[in-house]
Design a protein around this ligand. Structure first.
Ligand code: AMP
Ligand code: ZN
Length: 465
């Protein structure tokens, strides 16, 4: 299995450190509002990765954190208002209630999108004691300094700082309006522990050796990852916006702490964007799973749309794109129903193996879901492949695609009452004579008897109302 590693900028073979179990950590949601479908694209990508690793025969330990403390409006500058406090104030409730509610909603959305729950999903608030111990150890090793009441990580002490992203905060300042934090020795330095916020008061505070306060956002991922998966892991994921400074800072503090390499593979999922630009919670965009459902889409339609783009390419969201995914998905469902009806028993195992191998190899090639999807369709259209074998291709695809394809049931044969059948025949005759008025009259009459008629290219289709 080959994966593109952001750290080396190369596609490399995945080989778990212990030869068997892949240890994977993914940055999780900040639970202060509904996840938008852009956020969820990142979790769908991680789910595809999760299931492809298992398809390749590895064991997997997948951990994802829940950020229920802190995560400032603008982390890049370590400034801004605490997002959770802001949301709690707006809803006139407590920060922890906000977190609990949105965490539940998040997992509910994931379930709808058939995203498998990681092995562990630790909450930041449950790890504050361990974060304090971690920051204390960094201070004792000389990597941290206290300034203006906050404990900062000194990036100049960590020589490999900037290797992942190829940038430092200083590099970005040209032409950009960046607020300078006078407390920092270097502008790349970041807060491990806050006792002083330049902004509004924070609801959640803990005692620490540096005074009462709360952890900086970056700290939680290093601490929870090491606690749940050990000091070295195989894969770390997140959306591209996490790459800098968040992941760069995670590396600095983790490797300063252990003195060894922390992560083998860094994987980053590209964004879901709107034609007019970025989709983001802070801009108040309301594209959620529920809002799509309200418009008549299934969560599977959105998951299908995500599969049509490689995870390292941007995907533009529009209702036209979603409609096209919906139509293709619905055709797929229809096709599967037809295959199930055929009930053929013959098999050409050689051809079937070729398709499954081809499908799997596309996924093993840095999760090429669009090509895997195309291979699945190619198999479905292959006249040489029996219905039974086609359904085997679908079952194999479903292991990773998770579109509910193996749950599809054949519609029960409709019993057509004799008088309805007579009318259907009359209507067919009227249509053959282009007598549309009569055709519509008969359709209304059939409707009054509890049946709907739809005209398809294969003729009249009857269903119960
Ligand atoms: P947050 O809850 O803001 O911490 O973000 C959760 C995840 O969503 C992170 O992995 C982000 O990188 C990712 N993310 C944020 N915006 C987008 C987007 N428009 N498309 C895809 N992923 C995103
Ligand atoms: Zn993280």
């Amino acid at each position: 299995m080959q994966l593109y590693n952001t750290m080396t900028r190369k596609t490399e073979e995945l080989q778990p450190m212990d030869g068997k179990t892949v240890k994977m950590y993914c940055c999780g949601p900040t639970v202060y509002s509904d996840a938008h479908i852009g956020n969820l694209r990142s979790y769908i990508f991680e789910d595809i990765l999760h299931k492809t690793i298992e398809l390749a025969g590895f064991d997997l330990k997948h951990v994802m954190n829940i950020t229920d403390v802190g995560h400032l409006t603008n982390d890049e500058l370590d400034t801004g208002e605490d997002k959770m406090v802001k949301a709690a104030k707006a809803a006139k409730t407590t920060v922890l209630d906000i977190a609990k509610m949105y965490e539940e909603k998040f997992f509910n959305d994931c379930k709808k999108l058939r995203i498998e729950r990681p092995f562990k999903t630790p909450r930041a608030t449950e790890y504050v004691g361990k974060m304090i111990a971690f920051a204390k150890a960094l201070e004792e090793k000389g990597y941290a300094y206290l300034s203006g009441g906050n404990l900062y990580f000194d990036t100049s002490k960590f020589k490999r700082y900037g290797l992942l992203s190829g940038q430092k905060i200083e590099d970005r300042n040209h032409g950009e309006r960046v607020e300078v934090d006078e407390n920092k020795k270097n502008q790349s330095d970041f807060v491990l522990w806050f006792t002083q916020s330049k902004f509004e008061d924070h609801a959640l505070k803990w005692n620490s050796p540096w005074g009462e306060g709360y952890p900086g956002w970056h700290l939680e991922c290093s601490v929870m990852s090491m606690d749940t998966l050990g000091e070295e892991i195989d894969i770390h994921c997140g959306g591209v916006d996490n790459l800098f400074p968040h992941h760069e800072n995670e590396i600095a503090q983790s490797e300063a702490y252990t003195g060894k390499k922390w992560v083998n593979f860094w994987l980053h999922g590209e964004h879901l964007n709107l034609k007019e630009g970025k989709m983001s919670k802070s801009k108040g965009h309301k594209f959620t799973v529920s809002s799509l459902e309200e418009k008549g889409y299934l969560p599977e339609h959105y998951r299908y749309l995500c599969l049509t783009a490689h995870y390292r390419t941007q995907l533009i969201f529009s209702y036209e794109n979603l409609d096209s995914a919906k139509n293709t998905y619905n055709n797929l469902v229809k096709k599967i129903k037809e295959l199930k009806k055929e009930a053929s028993k013959d098999s050409n195992s050689e051809l079937l193996d070729i398709y499954i191998l081809k499908f799997n190899n596309y996924l093993f090639d840095d999760l090429n879901s669009p090509r895997a999807l195309a291979t699945m369709w190619e198999a479905l259209k292959d006249a040489e492949l029996s219905a039974k074998d086609k359904l085997s291709v679908i079952s194999n695809a479903e292991k990773v695609f998770s579109l509910g394809l193996t749950e599809i049931e054949v519609d029960e044969a409709l019993e057509i009452p004799e008088d309805v059948q007579v009318m259907l025949d009359q209507r067919q005759e009227a249509r053959a004579n282009k007598d549309w008025v009569k055709s519509d009259e008969i359709r209304d009459h059939i409707a009054s008897m509890g049946f709907a008629v739809k005209d398809t290219k294969d003729g009249q289709e009857l269903s119960k109302i």
